[in-house]
Design a protein. Structure first.
Length: 211
């Protein structure tokens, strides 16, 4: 199924000149990964402390920066020889913790939609686990949509801006996040289904890059 993730190669091409500059300055891929997590925790804390719709504007700004950092650490690992097991762990764990840090505080901003926001955040974690599970079983890391990491960021970013512009849209948060949670479940199914199909082909069990 289509996903915002499909645009990643073009986004990476724009950021590629930056990775050598960072490497020359002594910045490592793991440092970029940790910076992305720290920023997500900071924005999440801001949402919890500043109970205002204006705080929502920090979300799209940070989500864009986070997407850039996520692309940069991956390119540094692959293209500059900085890949490591620790980096792989930090990358996967950082993504899950960042999602929880950014999305769960939204429940405090819209209490009537709290259950849907929590379901969405829980679905985000399950979607990433499904992608990792496929890799752990011998397939490559799965990124199928329709509600992958980039899709979630796009949805929440647009919703945040729209709610600031038209506060009345806040009454629709329950429906938006409930539907997004359902799409996250579909994402889990898609990722596991594709991985299972790969295992049915004898030649599909090995030789994947896991990127």
């Amino acid at each position: 199924m289509p996903s915002v993730y499909d645009l990643k190669p073009r986004f990476q091409a724009l950021l590629r000149p930056l990775i050598r500059v960072l490497a020359a300055a002594g910045v490592t891929a793991n440092a970029v990964t940790l910076a992305a997590l720290a920023g997500s925790l900071g924005v999440g804390a801001l949402l919890l402390v500043w109970h205002s719709r204006w705080a929502l504007l920090a979300i799209p700004v940070w989500l864009f920066v986070r997407m850039a950092l996520n692309a940069i650490d991956g390119m540094m690992a692959r293209e500059l020889g900085m890949a490591s097991r620790l980096g792989a762990v930090l990358n996967e764990l950082g993504d899950v913790l960042s999602d929880l840090a950014l999305y769960l505080p939204l429940a405090a901003l819209a209490p009537p939609a709290a259950w849907a926001v929590v379901a969405f955040a829980f679905g985000a974690v399950l979607a990433e686990l499904a992608g990792i599970l496929a890799q752990a079983l011998g397939d490559r890391r799965r990124y199928e949509g329709p509600m992958g990491k980039s899709d979630r960021a796009a949805l929440v970013g647009v919703l945040a801006v729209a709610t600031v512009v038209r506060p009345a849209l806040g009454r629709w948060w329950t429906w938006v996040f409930a539907i997004a949670a359902a799409l996250a479940a579909v994402t889990c199914w898609n990722r596991l289904r594709v991985a299972a199909r790969a295992f049915e082909t004898p030649s599909a069990a090995g030789g994947r890059d896991g990127s």
